[in-house]
Design a protein around this ligand. Structure first.
Ligand SMILES: [Zn+2]
Length: 344
């Protein structure tokens, strides 16, 4: 007897789940436990703090604009570096409880700047919060995020921050936001600079726009991996290229359905990407806003008809695409993925 997730994927009653997972495509504010966000909202006198409001808002997201608006509303609730440190520690422990052993999480210094919190202090606080929870939480690393619709100058400021004070926990640089806001080529210099200062790179592309957007990102930015990239399924040449060049796609099915990038789970191109030999890993992206979790994304993939071998291969691919680990650590992590019984 199946049951429906919040977004309509019919999944088996969960008797077991994958654990020992890596998730390398999460966004800090979009991944927090709901009670953390509701407490920040109550303190701010924000409507998101009223009972049921957060659930209703996230259930009503149907497109990228509504998603980005809700994400921005959550971001605005932070007031001080201390808020970031406390939230980071909670996030680390929540991920560990959800079976995630290793995570790479986008943190956006420009968002901190815009809400009036010193970005350097906020980054320091996130770093310290992750460190404080490392012993009993998830091993969390930071991806410096730039927001595409704020342009290449904002991206340059993010890299300035890293150059002034590199941190061990900062392992990569990437870009999200409105996919069509600027051509990928406008950020080519930023990506080259990120590489020159030792950061691996990723980019959100081929999610809300088609194959051309993904191709432009690959050509102009030469990223080590792609966040989403599902539009490749519309273009056999791109599929071939991704498979040949082994560019991993970190795909988030529940978010793709929630933001309208695909119309339903049954229409999701994940099985097609795998059939074409593309290196696909699963990620929860913004689990707070999509009412999902990393393990939940594997349950959604199972509901699309993918078997245990396919799920395990994607889970191992996630470890192998990690920016912050040595080859030996990646292999150890990949071998540690396993099924566990879920207590009822
Ligand atoms: Zn994302």
């Amino acid at each position: 007897m199946g049951t429906l997730t919040a977004r309509g994927a019919e999944v088996e009653q969960e008797k077991r789940r994958l654990t020992g997972l890596a998730d390398c495509h999460l966004h800090f504010e979009g991944s927090l436990p709901p009670d953390v966000v509701e407490a920040l909202a109550r303190r701010a006198g924000d409507a998101l703090g009223e009972p049921g409001t957060l659930s209703a808002r996230r259930a009503s997201v149907r497109d990228s604009a509504a998603f980005l608006a809700l994400f921005a509303d959550v971001c605005r609730l932070f007031r001080s570096p201390g808020d970031y440190a406390a939230a980071a520690a909670r996030l680390s422990r929540t991920l560990a409880a959800d079976g995630v052993a290793y995570a790479e999480i986008y943190v956006s210094p420009e968002i901190c700047q815009r809400i009036g919190v010193d970005p350097e202090a906020a980054l320091e606080a996130v770093d310290a919060g992750f460190a404080s929870a490392a012993a009993d939480g998830c091993d969390c690393r930071i991806l410096l995020d730039t927001v595409r619709h704020w342009g290449p100058e904002a991206a340059g400021r993010v890299l300035d921050l890293h150059e002034r004070r590199p941190r061990n926990r900062v392992v990569g640089f990437g870009m999200g936001g409105e996919e069509g806001a600027f051509p990928a080529a406008a950020f080519a210099g930023c990506y080259a600079r990120a590489r020159s200062v030792g950061l691996k790179t990723s980019v959100h592309a081929g999610e809300w726009l088609g194959p051309d957007s993904l191709r432009d990102a690959l050509d102009a930015l030469r990223p080590d991996r792609i966040d989403h990239g599902i539009a490749a399924a519309q273009d056999p040449h791109l599929l071939e290229r991704l498979a040949e060049e082994v560019v991993p796609l970190f795909v988030a099915p529940t978010g793709n359905v929630a933001t309208g990038a695909v119309t339903s789970f049954s229409a999701h191109p994940l099985p097609r990407l795998l059939e074409a030999g593309v290196a696909v890993a699963l990620s929860a992206d913004d689990p707070l806003l999509f009412s999902t979790s990393t393990a939940g994304e594997y349950a959604a993939a199972a509901a699309m008809g993918l078997d245990d071998d396919a799920l395990l291969a994607m889970a191992r691919r996630s470890w192998r695409g990690a920016f912050g680990l040595s080859p030996a650590e990646r292999e150890r992590g990949a071998k540690g993925v396993r099924w566990e019984e879920v207590e009822s």
